[in-house]
Design a protein around this ligand. Structure first.
Ligand code: UP5
Ligand code: MG
Length: 196
């Protein structure tokens, strides 16, 4: 695929803000393909005996950002597959880019994003959601130690990416502390003009 054949919206927000939940709702209503960078990394990690798998496992547990080559490679393959097999052209990329190098490489080598949908949420609310989910999620990073590390990485490493896109007027910010349906109503309103 070429960069002029596809469009990409980044979906960012802290750990547990509700990125995945809202992307699922957007897919039900619009023609998007939802690609979660975290889900792609977890699937790659689960593949037997892969050396990369062990590396990913470590980064996720420590709340660190996996080297960009790995994540961008997985995203690129997923976009290519959806484009070639299913003629899909509109992508929601959830939980990426969360470090400046990834943002720059992706926009230079794959496609510039249309905009970033950013979910604003306090740590207090995110912590509560993650601890609740952790009771059943089986995610290796839904424990208090990993959650604290994820919050720190989000503030120090990922917020600068949001600020970078904000400086280009490419951020649509939605508060994510209300109920799922109320947040979704706000999302629809906020993106209405920008997805024409
Ligand atoms: N919930 C959601 N919305 C709610 C609402 N409005 N009211 C009440 N409850 C709500 O939601 C989290 C929980 O909250 C769920 O139980 C949900 O029902 C409830 P979810 O939609 O899952 O939130 P999300 O923002 O997707 O949370 P997630 O935990 O997936 O965010 P992270 O950003 O931490 O996780 P991700 O999978 O993106 O990344 C995991 C790790 O992978 C990273 O820490 C990093 O180590 C690695 N990674 C990279 O290295 N590079 C990448 O590019 C991406 C990831
Ligand atoms: Mg998620």
């Amino acid at each position: 695929f070429n960069s002029d054949q596809i469009s990409v919206i980044f979906v960012l927000g802290g750990p547990g803000a509700g990125k995945g939940t809202q992307c699922t709702k957007l897919v039900d209503n619009y023609q998007f393909v939802h690609l979660s960078a975290g889900d792609l990394l977890r699937a790659e990690q689960a593949r037997d005996g892969s050396e990369v798998g062990a590396l990913i496992k470590h980064y996720i547990m420590e709340g660190l950002i996996v080297p960009q080559e790995i994540t961008i490679g997985l995203l690129k393959s997923a976009i290519a597959e959806n484009f070639e097999k299913y003629n899909k052209t509109k992508f929601l990329i959830d939980g990426f880019p969360r470090k400046m190098d990834q943002a720059i490489t992706f926009e230079e080598e794959i496609v510039p994003s249309k905009f970033t949908l950013f979910f604003d949420c306090s740590e207090e609310v995110m912590l509560k959601r993650l601890l609740e989910r952790g009771k059943t999620s089986g995610r290796s990073d839904d424990n208090i130690d990993s959650i604290k590390k994820r919050f720190k990485t989000f503030e120090e490493t990922s917020m600068p990416v949001v600020e970078y896109f904000e400086s280009q007027n490419k951020v649509v910010k939605v508060n994510c502390e209300k109920s799922v349906d109320e947040v979704y109503a706000d999302v629809k309103k906020a993106i209405a003009e920008r997805i024409q």
